[in-house]
Design a protein around this ligand. Structure first.
Ligand SMILES: NC(=O)c1ccc[n+]([C@@H]2O[C@H](COP(=O)([O-])OP(=O)(O)OC[C@H]3O[C@@H](n4cnc5c(N)ncnc54)[C@H](O)[C@@H]3O)[C@@H](O)[C@H]2O)c1
Length: 422
């Protein structure tokens, strides 16, 4: 069967996937965000996951980036890579996945396969999406059309573990379709595939990968808080403990972004809806969400100790993206540090050279475009993100940025002799 593939949602996940498929298949990229579609058609990817060369290569391979449903009518495989965020109550917001599924239902034909890649709780594909697909198309699941689930494991900004180099879990709604889905991914994923026994197993596998990481980071954060009260250097403890072969070494820190701080809530939502309270997972979430306040409080404490007036104190925050060396600000916990400091009436400046200039024009975040070396301006500096260039800032440069004796709060363990280190 000659496959024409439509990728629905051209973000961090969808675009690299579309590019990977475009070398082998006829591919259409569909998105509802006009500026995004326009910029891709002009050869630019603001997420920086693809270079302009790669975007243009996809275009040369015949790929079409579109908002027009007419362009996706004749595909026979639809791969959904839309966001799966949480709402203000930390509950899953399935709106994008439901809306995009409605779109697919309007073009669904006999024999088509709809594969979901978005991170979800077990059951979303078959219990939420399938009824929408059936309702919108009038077709019957597993008779007329089929589904698959294949979670994405990429890591924004990671140029080593790119989509084709990460082993991919695959699954399908019947044993035959599972094989078709698996073969489809095998044809582009050089790292190979793992065919899971069901869609729910594949959904659950993805959500626990990120939940495990979240819980383990929460443990490191708790340990950091304990050792702080004991005046013991957490990093040194972790270095020592990691000499045991089976110690899981992770660093304490902020947990933001689109995945690790969000996905566990998908699992806890489902667990709670079935009457099970996942105390460990929710406790980990609580600890990780509390780290921003702890870091802001440390800066405040050291400023008070140094007799600085908090109202109007100038604080420099280095880095705002949710992780190092990428422009992704989604769900970054650094904003909570900033708002906590602003509650104390501190005057905060944020410097992050990774953030796109147009995003830096934001009215809500007080960005500065250059670091004012030798300005002796700041009462405290918080190194919040471990971008490579921040690792090169010298002690003299911190002194030149600081008013009086430098107060440097190091969240990422990249500053020599900071005032306080997480
Ligand atoms: N970012 C990552 O590194 C990563 C890694 C693994 C898994 N995931 C998961 O993959 C999914 C997508 O994440 P992302 O980071 O690519 O998101 P993103 O926000 O970068 O991109 C999603 C795209 O979907 C589009 N979209 C939204 N609603 C749509 C609709 N109804 N129809 C068509 N397009 C629509 C948006 O305009 C956007 O361009 C999420 O479930 C996420 O949890 C993300």
């Amino acid at each position: 069967m000659l496959k024409k593939i439509t990728i629905i949602g051209l973000g961090y996940v969808g675009l690299p996937l579309a590019h990977a498929f475009s070398g082998k298949y006829e591919v259409v990229g569909f998105d509802i965000n006009k500026p995004r579609v326009d910029e891709l058609n002009s050869g630019f990817d603001r997420t920086l996951e693809l270079t302009s060369e790669q975007v243009n290569e996809s275009l040369k391979n015949g790929m079409k980036f579109t908002m027009d449903i007419e362009d996706i009518k004749d595909s026979n495989v639809y791969i959904v890579t839309v966001p799966t965020p949480i709402d203000n109550n930390n509950e899953p917001d399935l709106t994008p996945i439901e809306k995009s599924t409605e779109t697919v239902s309007k073009v669904l034909k006999k024999g088509d396969i709809v594969i979901y890649e978005s991170t979800v709780y077990p059951g979303v594909t078959e219990e939420v999406c399938v009824p929408i697909l059936e309702g919108g198309s009038g077709l019957k699941f597993n008779e007329d059309f089929y589904c698959g689930y294949s979670p994405e494991r990429i890591n924004p900004g990671d140029k080593e573990h790119t989509v084709t180099k990460i082993l991919k879990i695959t699954s399908g709604s019947t044993p035959e379709i599972a094989k078709v889905v698996d073969e489809l991914y095998k044809s582009i994923i050089t790292a190979g595939t793992h065919l899971a026994s069901s869609i729910k197993v594949a959904e659950a596998a993805k959500v626990i990968e990120n939940t495990q990481r979240d819980v383990n980071i929460a443990l490191m954060n708790e340990l950091a808080m304990i050792f702080d009260t004991m005046n013991i250097n957490t990093n040194a403890v972790l270095e020592a403990a990691a000499t045991k072969w089976n110690f899981i070494k992770l660093a304490p820190g902020l947990v933001g972004g689109h995945c690790i701080g969000v996905d566990p809530y998908y699992l806890t939502h489902k667990a709670q809806s079935l009457g099970y309270t996942p105390n460990l997972i929710l406790g980990a979430r609580h600890i990780n969400n509390g780290m921003s306040k702890l870091i802001a409080d440390k800066a405040v404490k050291y400023m008070v100790k140094a007799d600085k007036k908090l109202n109007g104190a100038k604080v420099l925050v280095l880095g705002i993206t949710f992780k190092e060396n990428c422009p992704d600000m989604r769900n970054t916990k650094v904003v909570d540090i900033i708002s906590e400091l602003q509650e104390y009436e501190c005057d905060v400046d944020v410097y992050d050279y990774w953030v796109d200039k147009s995003d830096r024009e934001s009215k809500t975040i007080p960005f500065i475009d250059e670091l004012p070396y030798n300005s002796h301006k700041y009462d405290a500096i918080i190194v919040a993100v471990g971008h490579d260039k921040f690792k090169e800032i010298t002690q003299e440069e911190y002194a030149g940025l600081s008013k009086g004796a430098p107060i440097v709060i190091d969240v990422k363990g990249i500053v020599e002799n900071p005032t306080w280190r997480l």
